[in-house]
Design a protein around this ligand. Structure first.
Ligand code: TXA
Ligand code: MG
Length: 349
């Protein structure tokens, strides 16, 4: 399949270009498009054929449900049933934006889209291209992240092209996304609002609206007895081909340990790299250093993480040592993804 790559400026959306992209959605074809979190791989959410095409393009297990993207909060009534008041409170506070709500699904929503579940994930994105695509197509758009299953989510069009060129009808190149990590997923089908996947909207922010809220116990401790509830959080994800180890502890001790580990790895003949904060980067001179951003600007770290994880593979790095980035707000989400990428290989110093 020849993929139609359409460049659209999010600040000045060309109506004809957008119409061309929306036409593919109406024809039940797939369109990758930017959102404020990561690029999505979109298809008509109410069409079983489009959903099946999404799973096949990603190589994703069919029991892992998709998120339905809407352009106005009222559309919740078309997708969900028994919608709790908390959904509208949270929507009022954080939509449009990086938040996904899990509610009970309406009968018309195909099981192909929800991975066989009676619940459904819904998000109202803030990115102007995402919103225009939903409106122009006249469809609700089911969209997982536009990466091949298991790879880091795409944060720029070149990442999407790497994974999806030739596999889908259309890619909208709308530049680099803003946040760089997937949305916060909040399950509203239990007694207490529960975060199934941390993101830019934090637990404290959710609590400020709903009063009570908690983290999915399966996220806090990943072992056999407590599994994450979101099917997608159970899979191996984001992992680079090289071996990634996180070193955590007091700053100077972390630097010393990473220097020592790098030295040993280099002596063993391995291609070695460090993922460092801007503040510490100069301590690793002589090694390949990926400066992920300043601890004092945690949004930068979130923004750069997936791009760096992809670059590690491009450069065939074999051993990677990363500092820990447990920053005050988005740090929970950053560390959730980084720990997954490291297969939970963590050294405390
Ligand atoms: O920021 C985002 O959320 C991006 C952009 C494109 O919107 N989308 C995204 O989709 O990250 P995806 O498919 O890569 O991740 C969706 C996650 C998966 O972990 C899936 O298991 C979970 O949401 N999920 C979807 N529906 C669910 C449901 N009914 N119950 C529990 N988890 C659900
Ligand atoms: Mg994903």
């Amino acid at each position: 399949m020849k993929t139609d790559i359409i460049r659209i400026d999010p600040e000045n959306i060309d109506a004809a270009a957008m119409e061309r992209a929306a036409g593919y959605i109406r024809k039940k074809e797939l369109v990758a498009f930017p959102t404020e979190t990561v690029y999505g791989l979109g298809g008509d959410a109410m069409d079983t054929g489009a959903s099946k095409r999404i799973y096949s393009a990603k190589g994703r297990p069919s029991d892992n449900p998709l998120i339905i993207h809407i352009a106005q909060t009222e559309s919740l009534y078309d997708i969900g049933t028994d919608i709790p008041e908390a959904a509208f409170d949270l929507a009022g506070a954080f939509w449009p934006g990086p938040m996904t709500l899990i509610i009970k699904k309406k009968a018309g929503v195909p099981y192909e889209t929800t991975g066989g579940l009676d619940t459904v994930a819904v998000r109202l994105p803030s990115h102007p291209i995402a919103r225009e695509l939903i409106k122009k197509s006249g469809c609700f758009i089911a969209a997982p992240s536009a990466n091949t299953s298991g790879r880091p989510s795409p944060t720029k069009a070149s990442h999407v092209i790497e994974d999806m060129d030739g596999r889908i009808a259309c890619i909208i190149d709308g530049g680099t996304v803003e946040i760089g990590l997937e949305s916060t997923i909040i399950d509203l089908t239990e007694d207490i609002p529960t975060i199934l996947r941390p993101g830019a909207i934090t637990l404290a922010q959710v609590k400020s609206v709903t009063g009570e809220a908690r983290m999915d116990p399966g996220l806090v401790k990943e072992d056999e007895t407590t599994r994450p509830k979101a099917p997608g959080m159970r899979y191996r994800h984001y992992a680079p081909r090289g071996e990634l180890t996180i070193v955590e502890g007091e700053r100077q001790a972390v630097i010393s340990r990473i220097q020592k580990l790098c030295e040993e790895s280099k002596n063993a003949g391995h291609r070695t790299a460090v993922i460092s904060s801007t503040e510490s980067a100069k301590n690793y001179e002589g090694y390949r250093v990926f400066d992920i951003g300043a601890l004092s600007h945690e949004e930068e770290i979130a923004h750069n993480l997936y791009d760096i994880l992809r670059k590690l593979d491009e450069e065939d790095i074999e051993q990677i040592y990363s500092e820990s980035f447990d920053t005050p707000n988005v740090g929970t989400a950053i560390m959730n993804r980084l720990l997954k990428a490291a297969g939970h290989r963590l050294i405390r110093v």
